[in-house]
Design a protein around this ligand. Structure first.
Ligand code: GTP
Ligand code: MG
Length: 200
């Protein structure tokens, strides 16, 4: 898929205020610092798309972007921030849960995982939540350029083994780097393929 246009639409904390157009929606989520903004900018050929919504001083959680005027890309907040209070964290969670429960045109969620790290409980639990709620998801392993290729393969294999303790099969996954654009074509083609199947 070629990205011709990528525009910021709205940023808010209230799911009711999200765009109402019946367009397929793809959400991106992961822990803070996993490389979400970089990935979104890499996918959309945009230097700073994902940062446009970062209005300082405001808790902006759900960020909608419209791509090629025919699908929404959604930048969701990182879950499991270590630095916020318990109360604040549970507010984040409520909003995220509300988002997943109410966005009827959500087609797929991309869960970002830093390929350098051992499987983390919080990511595994989050994917379990998606599974239990019947929300389709794929994994994007980020920052692949930071490791030797053999180490990437080894870590992905390790992650797969961990997932298979919970899941019958490994979900679809991608390996990416925002630095050398690894995975860009595969991820965009995957979205494009799904979009094709949705055209009536
Ligand atoms: P928050 O919005 O703060 O939660 O972070 P984020 O998940 O949006 O991550 P962001 O894209 O801001 O990247 C975090 C840091 O990782 C930055 O210093 C990026 O330059 C770096 N980074 C992100 N993706 C890559 C990548 O693919 N390769 C390398 N080498 N660095 C990356
Ligand atoms: Mg970010």
């Amino acid at each position: 898929m070629k990205i011709n246009t990528a525009k910021f639409v709205i940023s808010n904390t209230d799911v009711k205020k999200c765009p109402q157009e019946k367009l397929p929606e793809y959400a991106f989520i992961g822990r803070s610092n996993v490389g979400k903004s970089s990935l979104i900018n890499m996918l959309t050929n945009h230097g700073s798309l994902a940062k446009i919504s970062n209005k300082p001083g405001k808790t902006q959680l759900i960020n909608h972007f419209i791509i090629n005027n025919n699908w929404f890309l959604v930048d969701l907040p990182g879950y499991g921030y270590a630095k916020v209070s318990k109360k604040q964290r549970s507010k984040f969670q409520d909003i995220i849960f509300d988002y997943f429960n109410k966005r009827l045109h959500l087609v797929n969620t991309f869960v970002l995982i830093d390929v350098r790290h051992e499987p983390q409980k919080i990511d595994l639990e989050f994917m379990q939540f998606l599974g239990e709620n019947g929300i389709p998801f794929s994994i994007i392993f980020t920052k692949a350029d930071k490791l030797a290729k053999t180490k990437v393969v080894k870590n992905v294999k390790n992650y797969t083994n961990e997932m298979l303790k919970i899941w019958e099969t490994m979900p679809k996954y991608f390996i990416s780097s925002s630095v050398d654009k690894t995975g860009k074509k595969e991820i965009l083609d995957y979205i494009s393929e799904i979009n094709q199947t949705l055209i009536k």
